[in-house]
Ligand binder design. Sequence first.
Ligand code: PMP
Length: 404
Amino acid sequence: MSDRFVYFDAANSTLLDDRVVEFMHSVMSRKLGNPSSHIHSAGIAAGHVLDEARAKIGALINARPETAILTSGATESNNLAISGFLRGNPSYGLVVSEIEHYSIINQARRLRLDGHKVDYLSVNSDGLIDTNQLQRVIKKGPSLVSVAAANPEIGTIQDIEEVGRICKQHGAAFHCDATAAAASINIDVEKMNIGMLTLSAHNMYGPTGIGALIINSGVNISPLFDGGNQQMGIRPGTENVVGAAGFGEACKIVSANRDEWNSSLTTLGESLREGLSRRVPFMHFTGHPEKRLPGHVSFWVEHVEGESLLLLLNMNGVMAASGSACSSNLKGKDEEDLAASHVLTAVGVPTDICAGSITFSLGKYNDSRDVDHVLSLMPGIVEKLLAMSPSYSDYMRKKEILHG
Ligand code: PMP
C-alpha cells in the first residue's frame, strides 16, 4: 500500500475543513442544554447556537434562517420534501428526472407502486433534462417537480433557474436537491423560485449526519415522524446542536471561498481530463463537457472493470468512486450491487461494453501534484487490467481476424 493520500471522492463526502472542526470543538466544550428548554440559560444558549447556524445556512442560499429545517442529511431532507409534501398535498403528481439520487428515485418507485401519479423526465446523453418535456408534463395538473442542481456521478449541472421559472409559470411546486452542488454553485432560492432545497453538510466540508431542508413559506408539508414540537413540528426530535454548528460554519466558509476554490478546481479538472484523454486508451467521458461541477471528471474505460481500477488506485493511495458496473454479463448472482447505475443507463452508456464507470471528484484540498500522481498511475493500471480482460482479448482476436 502507498502512504500517499490523494482524495478524489468529494462528491461522496468532502474532507472536513479544519476551521469547522475547531468551531465544533469550541461549541462542544460549552455547557449547553436542550435547545427546547427555553426556560433556562443552558437551553437558551443551545437555541442560540441553532439560530446562528440557521443564519449562516440561510446566507449561503439567500433563504430566511427560519426556513431552514435541520435534518440528519440529504436522504432525510429528500424524503421530507417528497413524501412530506405529497402527504400534505395528495392531489399533486410527482415529476422527477431519471438521474435523481436513490433517496428520490426510490420514493418515486414506491409512490408509483402505491398508485400515485409519477412522471420521469428523461435526460440527453450529456445528462441534461428537456425543459420542453417538463412544460408538457406539468401542464397536465398540479405537480411537485424534483430536479437536482448537479449530478454527483456524471457531474452535469442543470439550468435550475430555468426549471424554477417554468415551475412558477405553471404553478408547480419545485424541490431542488443541491447536495452535490452547494459547495460550488451559487444557489439563490428566491431568484430561482425554489420552494424546497436539500443541503447536506458532509458534501461541503462540514460534518456527516446533518443537513437541511429549506422550506419556503407557503409550502405546505406534513411531518414524517410523530414527536414533539421542535422545528414547528415539521421535523420533531432534539436537534443535532454540535452538527448544526459545524454545518453553519461550513456554509460560512463556502460563501467566502467558493469562487477561489472553483477557479483552482476548474484548472485541475481540465488538466486531469486532458491528461487522461491523451494517455489512456478506450476512454469515454460521461456528463456534459462544459456544464459540469468544477474538478469533476467522470468516465468509463472500455474492457476495464471500474471496481478493479478503483482497487488498484487505492493501493496507490488514490481514493475515488465508481458509478457501478453496467455490463450485466459481468454480473454474478452474488453481485447484485454491480447492477447498472440508473444514471449511466439514462445517459445511454452501452451496457454491453461498459464494465463500470469512475468518478474523480476533486475538492479544495487537491493540488496539481495529486493530478500528476493520478496521471502517472492510470496508463499502467489500465494496461494491467486490459491484459486481464476477457472482452479485450476477444476484441483483439476479432481485430486480428479482420485485419490479418
Ligand atoms: N442527494 C445527492 C445528490 C447526493 O449526492 C447524496 C449523497 N451524498 C444524497 C442525496 C444523500 O446524501 P446522504 O447520504 O448524506 O443522506
